[in-house]
Design a binder for this molecule. Structure first.
Ligand SMILES: Cc1cc2nc3c(=O)[nH]c(=O)nc-3n(C[C@H](O)[C@H](O)[C@H](O)COP(=O)(O)O)c2cc1C
Length: 190
């Protein structure tokens, strides 16, 4: 397995949370020969997304600042891993805001964001307090449809259960699932 680069985008509203712990466990067990990096959206905050589209509006330019860093990291990924807590049955606000910026990136002239993203795969990791995994359906559907819209492969969702920080470490099924998540679901790209 060569040339696969996993970029983890972590978007909890607290540090040292359960989602980060579960995602770190999965990162530790990435298939041999792959590389990875970890991005915390709390460390690269974005302002609320403003939709600039209107008839006659000029297209967006390549961004600088945190948005530029996030765009560059997103494009470095062959495999983009969204690690979001389950908030109101879907992704957290920081993750949603990050995804909203994709709409701008799709329109940057010469970047061809969609074509670049279509070479890769999207994965999801989430933790909620419920034991009922079916309650992740909204989050999973949101990520899977987003992957499809960009022509990306969908790697699947890893779910664990926990409420207070550290509780995920009691969910043995989720921890075992994390250790096998990428190796078991890795698909060829291309
Ligand atoms: C704003 C908010 C919304 C939440 N919504 C849900 C939910 O819809 N379903 C659920 O099972 N847990 C929900 N929870 C519980 C969190 O998903 C749970 O505490 C999880 O461990 C948080 O992950 P983190 O530690 O990575 O931040 C919610 C928590 C917060 C703060």
């Amino acid at each position: 397995m060569t040339n696969r680069h996993f970029v983890f985008i972590e978007g909890s509203s607290r540090s040292e949370g359960n989602t980060a712990a579960l995602a770190r466990r999965a990162q530790l067990h990435l298939p041999a020969g792959t590389s990875s990096e970890w991005i915390s959206l709390a460390e690269l905050p974005l302002p609320d997304f403003e939709d600039p589209r209107s008839p006659g509006s000029t297209p967006p330019i390549y961004p600088d600042g945190n948005e530029g860093l996030l765009l560059a990291a997103t494009l470095r990924a062959t495999d983009l891993v969204i690690a979001s807590p389950l908030y109101w049955y879907t992704i957290s606000a920081p993750v949603k805001r990050y995804l909203d910026y994709w709409s701008n990136w799709l329109k940057i002239p010469g970047l061809n964001f969609r074509r670049q993203m279509s070479q890769g795969a999207l994965w999801g990791i989430t933790v909620g307090h419920t034991d009922d995994e079916s309650k992740t359906e909204g989050l999973a559907t949101s990520l899977r449809f987003s992957a499809e819209y960009l022509g990306m492969q969908w790697g699947g969702l890893l779910y664990g259960s926990g409420g207070y920080p550290g509780e995920i470490l009691q969910d043995q099924n989720a921890l075992q699932g994390a250790e096998q998540f990428f190796a078991r679901n890795l698909m060829p790209l291309g």
